[in-house]
Design a protein around this ligand. Structure first.
Ligand code: UGA
Length: 449
């Protein structure tokens, strides 16, 4: 099928690349002409595992193209995937102006019927508004539009893998024809008819993805409800960590045992600096706003958000207590991205930590395997290093903010010899407290005594 993708952020690029790899013809567009030029030159504007290979392979097969001419892209596809940003407004609600703008363009330039697929994360009822807008803007132009909500559950860093191996594909529609078209689009994924970068010898056939057809409103709610629930789990684990510190428990032992109950599950119970990124913090806020706009008080979610913000305070408290005086101290920060395997620093706990340290007068040195250039743009007062060992040189404290494998495997014997003082405050519980003590470190982490 011929597909258009509007918006070449990580969701748009991964969606376009994977659907092209699965056999469709895809044309992508973005208002950022420089990004389109970079893609046309064979470049990849974001770091995402396997994305470069998938884009190169689809490009070689002639199944993916890029244009900065939005009208050309819109006319190309039978289905149009809207993957534009929905950033938070001042009050936390989602800014839907980019979606509205795209709707106007689709309605006015389309020359044939289109299935318009909402992939951006949006509050419930956006799909219905989108359909109303398409009808209104097209002014009876003779072209018909149907709308589908197709939320994504991709995790940054493993988005390509997730796209090819989903546990569910949710499709919110209000007519059977749209559901059928969406099933057709996803058939290669459902039937595992694609070349997967992670399993060179073919993907395991089980477990199979569920293809769920729902109403448009339900599909939109599924996305917000899923992200919010995962955020709740993280904040819950973080409160348990605080309790463990007071009551001499070990959060890892507690959450591990809890998670073995299949009704709870082991994932997303890792305590530490809390969640960041462009999804959870903004999605939670948007869900709280949406709920209050319809008279439902989502107290439990507000508490999860508050707990998450307080993680930074807890961490800074640990640092201040250990250092006694922060002003003038050289502090090394390992990790800038909001999690490992991404260069994304948006709403990253590491950035909040660094800003607090700078406010308190520390000299901050920092490193990250992928996020350095993004961080350099927003943190002019920080000294950046490529090499973690150069970062920790002469440091009075090393703070671990992102769980990158390279930090997990750091040679602490070597690092300790370079540091001015052997103090590590670990925001991601990466190391064994016993081992760090054996190596002569003063070591602090979350909820482990
Ligand atoms: C999240 C969801 O996991 C995806 O399913 C969803 O599609 C995506 O948002 C989205 O809405 O687009 P992502 O933001 O890439 O994906 O990152 P996660 O892996 O979910 O991690 C979010 C944050 O939670 C990170 O800062 C991570 O360090 C933190 N986290 C995660 C914890 O603090 N503890 C945990 O146990 C797990």
């Amino acid at each position: 099928m011929r597909l258009s993708v509007i918006g070449c952020g990580y969701v748009g690029l991964v969606t376009g690349a994977c659907l092209a790899e699965a056999g469709h013809e895809v044309m992508c567009t973005d208002i950022d002409a420089a990004r389109i030029a970079q893609l046309n030159a064979g470049g990849v504007p974001i770091y995402e595992e396997h994305l470069e290979e998938v884009l190169a392979s689809s490009r070689k097969a002639g199944r993916i193209s890029y244009t900065s001419d939005t009208a050309e892209a819109i006319r190309f596809g039978d289905a149009i995937f809207i993957c534009v940003g929905t950033p938070p407004r001042e009050d936390g609600s989602a800014d839907l102006s980019a979606i509205d703008h795209v709707a106007q363009q689709i309605a006015t330039v389309s020359q044939s019927s289109k299935l318009v697929v909402e992939k951006s994360t949006v509050p419930a009822r956006t799909g219905l508004e989108l359909r109303r807008a398409l009808t209104a803007y097209s002014r009876g132009g003779g072209v018909s539009f149907s709308v589908a909500s197709n939320p994504e559950f991709l995790r940054e860093g493993t988005a390509v893998y997730d796209f090819f191996h989903p546990d569910r594909i949710v499709v919110g529609v209000d007519d059977e024809a749209a559901a059928e078209k969406m099933r057709e689009i996803y058939r290669p994924i459902l039937e595992r008819r694609f070349k997967c970068m992670a399993h060179k010898d073919g993907c395991p056939l089980e477990p199979k993805a569920e293809f769920l057809v729902t109403t448009i409103n339900s599909a939109e709610l599924i996305k917000h409800a899923s992200n919010s629930f995962l955020a709740l789990k993280i904040s819950y684990a973080n409160v348990i960590a605080d309790l463990c510190e007071k009551l001499e428990g070990n959060v890892e032992q507690v959450t591990h045992a809890m998670g073995l109950d299949p009704r709870i599950g082991t994932q997303f119970l890792k305590a530490g600096l809390g969640f960041g990124g462009f999804c959870f913090p903004k999605d939670i806020q948007a869900f709280i706003q949406l709920s209050s706009s319809v008279g439902v008080d989502f107290e439990i979610l507000k508490a999860a958000e508050r707990v998450n913000k307080e993680r930074i305070d807890r961490f800074i408290e640990k640092v201040s207590k250990a250092l006694w005086v922060v002003k003038g101290k050289r502090v090394a920060v390992l990790g800038l991205a909001f999690k490992a395997n991404t260069d994304d620093i948006r709403f990253s706990p590491a950035i909040y930590v660094i800003r607090r340290l700078l406010d308190e007068g520390a000299q901050v040195h920092a490193t990250d395997p992928e996020a350095l250039s993004n961080a350099q743009k927003i943190l002019p007062r920080v000294t950046f290093h490529e090499d973690p060992y150069e970062t920790v040189r002469d440091a009075h404290a090393v703070l671990v903010c992102t769980e990158w494998g390279v930090f997990k495997n750091l040679d602490w014997d070597r690092a300790g010899k370079l540091m001015a003082r052997k103090l590590v405050v670990d925001g991601r519980n990466l190391y064994s407290p016993k081992r760090m003590a054996e190596l002569g470190f003063e070591y602090h982490s979350f909820g482990r005594g």
